[in-house]
Design a protein around this ligand. Structure first.
Ligand code: DDH
Length: 289
């Protein structure tokens, strides 16, 4: 009995505030892309979660199946090994956290630290030990396709038109890499600051077609600043009447975008997670605020 007592006194519950802080501490890296790992962490959290299928209740961030083949090799996940590897020292430091919790927490941390809204987050994802529950390829959106495909993909996850458009605003962060997706460039000039500039760019700029030299992929670029880009799927979405209404709402109001993004990103990261219901919901405080 004495030994048992000592053990329970020694085991400190995992402090997710500490994990959040540890992730915040590694975001800045002047040798990587635009100086921050934040965008690729957000993409990792999204691709881990966006495999969910409401009908079969398969996929999602529970399990962290992207660690295994074949999911690790799906073309949509090109480049995400970088994000997974960069989070490995944090997993070593806090071994009790599941990879599913760590990756989604990294997405939350990155959005907040780069100036975005507070995203409620709770732990509860359990890892699996092999790739048996990897989802089939093709569950994530194909940027070369149009609005019908995008609706098919996101309705399958359980999102509606407004939520699809709110989620797309994550492209306020980061860039496309020719060796990962074939596309090239950021969506606006400040890819490490979370704002509604993505929506303003779609609404206000003149977009012209361009072929990426390195890959042959077709994308759209800002006529005035051809370093800035949009994906074929995004121009197609913007030209859809029902989607356009929401794009313009978010271009008009960053406040509305932040409120809606917080809800929908939380929903995305929780798809298919078997919460017990008594988990504490965290609202982490951004260290940069
Ligand atoms: Fe995305 N995204 N995404 N995206 N995404 C890419 C990069 C990033 C689509 C295609 C691409 C979301 C939705 C869509 C982020 C977050 C989110 C790239 C470039 C392509 C292509 C990858 C590369 O070359 O490195 C398409 C299509 C859609 C769609 O909605 C139709 C969503 C929902 C999110 C989210 O997080 C909620 C982020 C962040 C990046 C930047 C990554 C980086 O390394 O930088």
């Amino acid at each position: 009995a004495a030994a048992k007592e000592t053990k329970s006194l020694d085991t400190k519950p995992l402090d997710y505030e500490e994990v959040y802080q540890a992730i915040a501490d590694i975001l800045e890296d002047n040798d990587y892309d635009d100086g921050s790992l934040g965008p690729v962490f957000v993409r990792l959290a999204w691709h881990a979660s966006g495999t969910y299928d409401v009908e079969t209740k398969t996929g999602g961030s529970n399990g962290a199946t992207m660690r295994f083949e074949p999911e690790a090799l799906h073309a949509a996940n090109n480049g995400l090994a970088i994000a997974r590897d960069r989070l490995e020292p944090i997993k070593k430091k806090f071994p009790e956290i599941s990879y599913g919790d760590l990756w989604t927490l990294a997405g939350v941390c990155a959005v907040q630290e780069l100036g975005g809204p507070t995203i409620p987050w709770r732990p509860g994802r359990q890892d699996v030990d092999d790739g048996k529950s990897c989802t089939p390829d093709g569950r994530l959106p194909d940027a070369g396709q149009g609005e019908r495909h995008i609706r098919d993909i996101f309705y399958r996850m359980g999102f509606d038109d407004q939520e699809i458009v709110a989620l797309a605003g994550a492209h306020s962060l980061g860039r496309c890499h020719p060796d990962r997706s074939g596309f090239e460039g950021p969506w606006q000039e400040a890819p490490t600051v979370f704002t509604n500039e993505y929506y303003k760019a779609l609404r206000d700029r003149k977009w012209v077609k361009k072929t990426v030299k390195a890959s042959g992929a077709q994308q759209w670029v800002d006529k005035k600043n051809p370093d800035v880009m949009m994906l074929p799927a995004e121009i197609a979405m913007y030209n859809d009447k029902a989607f356009k209404k929401f794009f313009n709402e978010y271009a008009d109001s960053e406040e509305k975008f932040f409120t809606d993004f917080s809800k929908v990103f939380n929903k995305l990261l929780e798809l298919g997670v078997p919460f017990k219901g008594d988990e504490r919901v965290y609202h982490f405080k951004a260290t940069t605020a």
